[in-house]
Design a protein around this ligand. Structure first.
Ligand code: SF4
Length: 402
């Protein structure tokens, strides 16, 4: 039987066609090393490849969730999927879930984990009425698992090879049984890695079905640079289809997920833009033209509601026309606004089309960033600053913005 998530209401409480979801990045550490994962990026088990999220504290995450819900009332699901593993960071994960549940009693919540440290948290997840837990299980045979995982860190001890895989698989299967005893919906995710576990995924499906898993998602392995598996071939769509067909004999399939690495991803998630980017020559004032900026200062808010410099990002190289601005839009994809003292029409158009507002003004960075985060009217903020129009600052030669 094939089950489409769109009519599987127990997962999200609503059809995902009508809903949006937001992942709160509160869990930076991971307790496992999957050979297809580069820890520089978000956990690959339920996220887009080669994406890095900035980490938030639980209080910041709640603040941004509230902001996001105000801006996008269609948010209907809140998840914690990384950027590492939620239960390698149990305090942050559970605190965030408790806070969100206290404010949004009806909101469907979910977590996605490798399962190593899930067990001690299951009872509380059930009490918090988490709508489902996604458990990534790539093998149930430790010899195959040893080819997929380099190491596992459990109770401050490192395990390697078959010992690591044995421990991880044991914890995953125990967690799955316990989730079902506690009445929590369990989705299992298996990554198909050609030549390593492709056929074995069918055995995984049979085992997890026996333990009561509600649904299985078979995801193609994604070839990530700087990993042990960087030269491994990705599975063909035929192979994925064959394995999905074979596993569907044991357990319902989730073929398209709001979280899958398919092209459907961008339309089905709520854009998460917690930051403001600033062009500044010295770091105190907004006083630089967009086209002249060699780096962007990225501001967020701290736990106490104060603006905070969270990172400095390199600007794409000058030249290249529209490509340069598309690359900039990618660099600033988690920023809602960029503050500049001047901008040309072309970059403004490209950034706007990627959902980034470009505001031209001059003034003290901290005051203006704080004003924006506190919801002050932009016109009022501009009145308080020295306003300069885009035209008066743009040389018009195309050298800056070309
Ligand atoms: Fe990466 Fe695996 Fe850890 Fe996810 S569980 S962050 S894929 S090592």
């Amino acid at each position: 039987m094939t089950l489409n998530i769109a009519n599987h209401s127990s997962f999200y409480g609503v059809s995902h066609h009508k809903s949006g979801q937001i992942n709160l990045p509160v869990a930076p550490k991971c307790n496992v090393q999957c050979n297809y994962c580069n820890h520089k990026f978000d956990c690959l088990n339920e996220n887009r490849p080669e994406v890095t999220s900035e980490v938030l504290s639980p209080t910041q995450a709640l603040f941004y969730l509230e902001q996001a819900i105000t801006r996008s009332p269609n948010i209907a699901v809140v998840g914690i999927t990384g950027p590492g593993d939620p239960f390698a960071n149990p305090d942050e994960t559970m605190e965030t879930l408790r806070m969100v549940r206290a404010i949004y009693p009806e909101m469907p919540l979910y977590v996605s984990t490798n399962g190593l440290d899930l067990l001690p948290n299951i009872d509380e997840l059930a009490r918090l009425q988490v709508s489902h837990v996604t458990l990534t299980i790539n093998a149930i045979d430790p010899k195959i698992g040893a080819e997929i995982y380099s190491w596992v860190r459990y109770n401050k001890k490192m395990y390697r090879d078959v010992d690591a895989a044995k421990l991880l698989i044991k914890k995953q299967l125990e967690s799955l049984s316990r989730l079902k005893e506690a009445g929590v919906t369990a989705k299992v995710c298996s990554t198909i890695i050609p030549g390593i576990n492709d056929i074995h995924v069918i055995t995984v499906a049979s085992k997890v079905a026996e333990l009561g898993a509600d649904i299985l998602q078979c995801l193609p392995f994604y070839n990530t640079k700087e990993t042990l598996f960087e030269n491994l071939t990705e599975p063909s769509s035929e192979m994925v289809q064959e394995i999905q067909d074979a596993t569907s004999n044991f357990i319902p399939q989730m073929k398209h997920s709001v979280l899958s690495r398919s092209a459907a991803f961008p339309e089905k998630t709520v854009e998460y833009r917690p930051y403001i980017a600033v062009c500044s020559m010295e770091g105190m004032m907004i006083n630089q033209h967009l086209g002249e900026a060699e780096r962007f200062l990225i501001y967020g808010m701290n736990d106490k509601g104060k603006s905070l410099l969270v990172s400095v990002r390199k600007a794409p190289q000058a030249g290249g026309g529209e490509q340069r601005w598309k690359a900039l839009a990618e660099t600033l994809k988690d920023c809602r606004t960029v503050l500049v003292s001047g901008v040309g029409n072309s970059p403004k158009k490209v950034l706007n089309s990627h959902g980034i507002e470009v505001v031209v003004l001059e003034g003290v960075i901290k005051e203006i960033v704080y004003g924006i985060f506190s919801g002050m009217d932009m016109q009022e903020l501009m009145k308080r600053s020295q306003i300069h129009s885009a035209i008066s600052h743009c040389s018009g030669t195309g050298k800056k913005c070309g």
